[in-house]
Design a protein around this ligand. Structure first.
Ligand code: HAM
Length: 468
C-alpha cells in the first residue's frame, strides 16, 4: 500500500470544535513584530545585558571550575529563589547600607507581599538553613550556589543591574581554620581559571568592638567635617564605616590619619584573626592586610576579605572580583539559634571580563567535528536525519546541514567545521543501502554499507571497542 494511503487510514477522527465565543478585541503586544513607522526598536533595559554565544565558553569554564572545587572541598549545591521577602535583606544586609537603601528592585505583589529580586545570596542561604532545619544536621553545613543577583547600581565597567555570583557558605563552625580554608578555596578557583589574584584581609571583630570603633571613627570624621562632601556626610550619619571604602582622592589623606579597627579589636577576635593569617601562611596564600576593608554589608563579624586581580582597565582593577567573611550573628538574627558561619561570593561578570582581557588577540580554540553527514534529494535527507541520530548517540562529534540542498555549500560547512570525514547519502545510496564515505584530508572516497556507517567511522578513528 502506498505510504500516503497508510497515513490517511490512521489519521484520528475529526473533532467537532464549537465556534469560539465572541471575545473583546484586544491589541496583542508582539515583542518580535517589526517596529511600526516612527516606533523605536525594542532594546535592553539599562544595566542589563545579553550573554551571547561567543561568551558562553567563559561562563561554562567558570561554572565548571566552581563545581570542581566545590566537590573537592565537600560543598553541596543549593538553589534558592530569585524573589525573596524584602524584610530578609533589611534585617541582614542592613537598613542603612547602599544595597538596602537604594539598590533593591522591590515591589508589592497582588497578594500584598513586599518582595525583592535578591541583591545577594547569603541571607537567603541562612533563611533556607533555618527553614529546612539544617541546624540539626551534622555541622558544619557546607553549601554553594551560582545564579543571578540584582542591584539597582549605577551601570559602569564591571557593574550591572543583573550580575552573576557564585558563592560558598560554611554554617555551624566558628573556628578560624574555616575562614582560612574559604580563602584558600576561593584562591584555588581563581588559580584554576589562570588568574593571579591577591586577597586583602581585615578583621571587624565582635559587634561590641565594632560599635566602639564606629564611635571613634565618627568622632574623628566629625572633626574633619569641612573636608567632607555631602555624600560623605550622609555616610557619616548612616554608615560611617563605609567612609573607609571611599576611592575618592580627597579621602585618601583623611583615611590615612583615621583610627584603625585593629586597635579596637577584642582579644578573642584578635587571636582569631592571627590564626587565620597563620593558616594562610601555612598554605602559602599571599595576602595584604587592609585596615580599611569594611565591606558593604552589615552582617560581618571578625574576618573579612576581598579578591582583586590586575587589569588594564583602571575601573575594573579597582573593583573586587569577590569578597566575603564571617557572619557569626546572622543565623540568630534571622530566627535560628546562635550559630557561627562564614562565606564568600565571586562576581562572575568581572571574572569573565578578566579572562577575556587575557585572551584578547588570541584565536579562540576551534572545536573540530569528526564526521559531517551530507545529503542530496529528499530520500537522502530523510536517511541523513536518522543517521545523524545514530552518530550522536555514539558520542561522535557530528555535523549536518540538513536544510541545505546544494552539496557544494554542505561541503563548505564540513570544511569550516574541520570535519575529518564526510558521509554522503543520496537517492542512489538509499536505494542501494550504501553510503559514500569521504576522507576530507586526502579526498579519497569509498562506498560502505550504510548500516555499518558508525562502525566504519569508529574503525578509521581508531575508537572501535576491542572485541573479546
Ligand atoms: P558583595 O561584595 O556585595 O558580597 O558581592 C560579591 C561580589 O559580587 C563583588 O565582589 C563583585 O565582584 C560582585 N558584584 C557586586 N555587585 C555587582 C554589580 N552590580 N555588578 C557586577 N558584579 C557585582 C556579597 O554579595 C556577599 N553575599 C558575599 C558573601 C558570601 N559574604 C559571605 N558569604
Amino acid at each position: 500500500m502506498p505510504f500516503s494511503k497508510l497515513v490517511k487510514k490512521s489519521a484520528p477522527p475529526k473533532k467537532v470544535v464549537p465556534p469560539p465565543a465572541a471575545q473583546p478585541k484586544v491589541e496583542k503586544l508582539d515583542a518580535s513584530a517589526p517596529p511600526k513607522k516612527g516606533q523605536q526598536p525594542l532594546s535592553l533595559v539599562r544595566g542589563f545585558r545579553d550573554i551571547l554565544p561567543s561568551d558562553q565558553p567563559y561562563w561554562k569554564r567558570i561554572a565548571e571550575a566552581h563545581d570542581r572545587v566545590a566537590t573537592a572541598y565537600g560543598y553541596e549545591r543549593i538553589d534558592t529563589p530569585i524573589v525573596e521577602e524584602q524584610a530578609l535583606f533589611v534585617r541582614s544586609v542592613g537598613k542603612t547600607t547602599d544595597i538596602v537603601e537604594k539598590e533593591m528592585f522591590a515591589w508589592e505583589t497582588q497578594g500584598s507581599e513586599q518582595v525583592v529580586l535578591r541583591p545577594e545570596c547569603t541571607a537567603p542561604i541562612v533563611r533556607a538553613y533555618v527553614q529546612h532545619g539544617m541546624l540539626n544536621m551534622p555541622q558544619p553545613v557546607k553549601l554553594w550556589y551560582l545564579g543571578p543577583m540584582f542591584r539597582y547600581d549605577r551601570p559602569q565597567a564591571g557593574r550591572f543591574r543583573q550580575f552573576m555570583q557564585a558563592g560558598f557558605e560554611c554554617l555551624g563552625e566558628g573556628d578560624a581554620i574555616i575562614d582560612a580554608q574559604l580563602i584558600v578555596l576561593s584562591w584555588a578557583i581563581l588559580k584554576d581559571l589562570g588568574l593571579d589574584p591577591v586577597v586583602r584581609v581585615n578583621s571587624l571583630g565582635s559587634p561590641e568592638a565594632r560599635v566602639n570603633y564606629r564611635n571613634a571613627l565618627v568622632a574623628y570624621f566629625r572633626s574633619k567635617r569641612n573636608h567632607l562632601t555631602e555624600e560623605d556626610k550622609h555616610r557619616l550619619l548612616k554608615n560611617p564605616l563605609r567612609l573607609l571604602d571611599s576611592k575618592e582622592e580627597h579621602m585618601q589623606a583623611l583615611k590615612a590619619e583615621a583610627p584603625q579597627i585593629v586597635d579596637w579589636l577584642d582579644e578573642e577576635s584578635k587571636a582569631h584573626f592571627m590564626r587565620v593569617l597563620e593558616y594562610l601562611d601555612e598554605v602559602g596564600v599571599a595576602y595584604q592586610l587592609d585596615p580599611y576593608l569594611v565591606r558593604g554589608l552589615d552582617y560581618y563579624t571578625k574576618t573579612v576579605f576581598e579578591w582583586y586581580a590586575g587589569s588594564q582597565d583602571q575601573e575594573l582593577a579597582q573593583s573586587a572580583l569577590g569578597g566575603g567573611g564571617r557572619y557569626d550573628g546572622l543565623v540568630e538574627q534571622l530566627g535560628g539559634r546562635p550559630t557561627p558561619a562564614a562565606g564568600f561570593a565571586f562576581g562572575l561578570d568581572r571574572i569573565v571580563s578578566r579572562l577575556k582581557e587575557m585572551d584578547a588577540g588570541q584565536e579562540p580554540p576551534k572545536k573540530n567535528i569528526d564526521v559531517f553527514i551530507a545529503q542530496l534529494g529528499e530520500m537522502g535527507r530523510k536517511r541523513a536525519l536518522a543517521l545523524f541520530e545514530e552518530f550522536r548517540k555514539e558520542g561522535i562529534a557530528t555535523g549536518e546541514a540538513l536544510a541545505k540542498g546544494s552539496l557544494k555549500s554542505q561541503m563548505e560547512i564540513a570544511n569550516r567545521r574541520g570535519a575529518r570525514f564526510a558521509i554522503l547519502m543520496g537517492q542512489k545510496e538509499v536505494l542501494d543501502g550504501t553510503a559514500l564515505l569521504r576522507d576530507m584530508d586526502s579526498g579519497t572516497q569509498e562506498i560502505i554499507d550504510a548500516k555499518k556507517a558508525v562502525h566504519e567511522i569508529k574503525k578509521k578513528m581508531g575508537t572501535l571497542a576491542p572485541t573479546a
